[in-house]
Write a protein that binds this ligand. Sequence first.
Ligand code: NAD
Length: 314
Amino acid sequence: MKKILVTGGSGYKGSVLIPRLLKKGFQVISIDTNWFGDNLNDHSNLQKEIIDIRELNLKHFEGVDVVIHLANIANDPSVELDPLLSWEINVLASQKIAEFSKKSNVSSLIYASSGSVYGLSDKEKVTEDSELVPISEYNKTKMISERVFLSYKNDMNIYCVRPATVCGVSPRMRLDVAVNILTYSALKNKVIRVFGGKQVRPNIHIEDICAVYEFFIDNNIDSGCYNAGFENISILEIAKLVQKKLPYAEIIIESSNDPRSYRQCSDTILKLGFKPKKSVSNAIDEIISAYQTNKLYDGEKANSVRTLKALQVY
Ligand SMILES: NC(=O)c1ccc[n+]([C@@H]2O[C@H](COP(=O)([O-])OP(=O)(O)OC[C@H]3O[C@@H](n4cnc5c(N)ncnc54)[C@H](O)[C@@H]3O)[C@@H](O)[C@H]2O)c1
């Protein structure tokens, strides 16, 4: 039975990924500060460690086969709260994780990078070979961390996965990502507020990004960077899709100061055999259903920057 160490295990992605890994029979160690609470049910094959990744030591990596590194200050405004702290967590801790992984003979390290490393691009297809133009501090930490991990590719398999913006329901719900917030706003306020609207952004369903990480555990794939985003659509198109399902919601267009716009091409991973199973439309349906059955968490912790501000982690 493989032993998998997941950092950020109690986060938006982690709390969907870990139950899937446990279901597949893996032994899992979750590392998290639990800034957004403990979002993982107990399980006999799950060890939960409440610890900052900056405090990890070699012992945590004993017998670990695969590391999935998700723990980061995970969006632009949260990184801006304290850029120096963000560089320490998002970049300096990466070197520690890579070094401990090497010393412990970890076979594969999967790093949750981000498609946002491409920044602004009007290219029809942004592939893994496209130029990186990170325009925010967050994007820059992601780009540099990739370089740190890739410098270890002679020691273990290194997979820097560059996901699109993730959408869908999670026990640690994030209502600060595009599809989720637009759907929630339509449900709660009967209004879909769109900033700009023309920016094209890639999207990926939360179950699919978890499946992508599993794909790198299950298959023998070369080290490198891999795009993972399967639906390039504009914010306005997302709003219209939400409105189609919730016709009472009004779309209001306002000006935007976030020009990021790019189309991600994920042919590399598709050619390797990965098949996405879900869509933005599925995510919207699932959020609506969770909301209508009172299963959608929409408290303070669903907003990353507000939570980190309140915790004064910076
Ligand atoms: N959600 C997206 O749309 C998206 C898209 C692309 C990339 N990513 C990347 O995927 C990863 C996971 O994102 P998410 O959406 O699950 O974010 P999240 O904020 O929900 O999860 C991050 C988790 O890491 C924990 N954490 C943060 N700093 C820590 C530290 N110093 N020590 C220990 N734990 C710490 C937090 O408590 C949280 O539970 C991040 O690296 C993010 O940059 C996310």
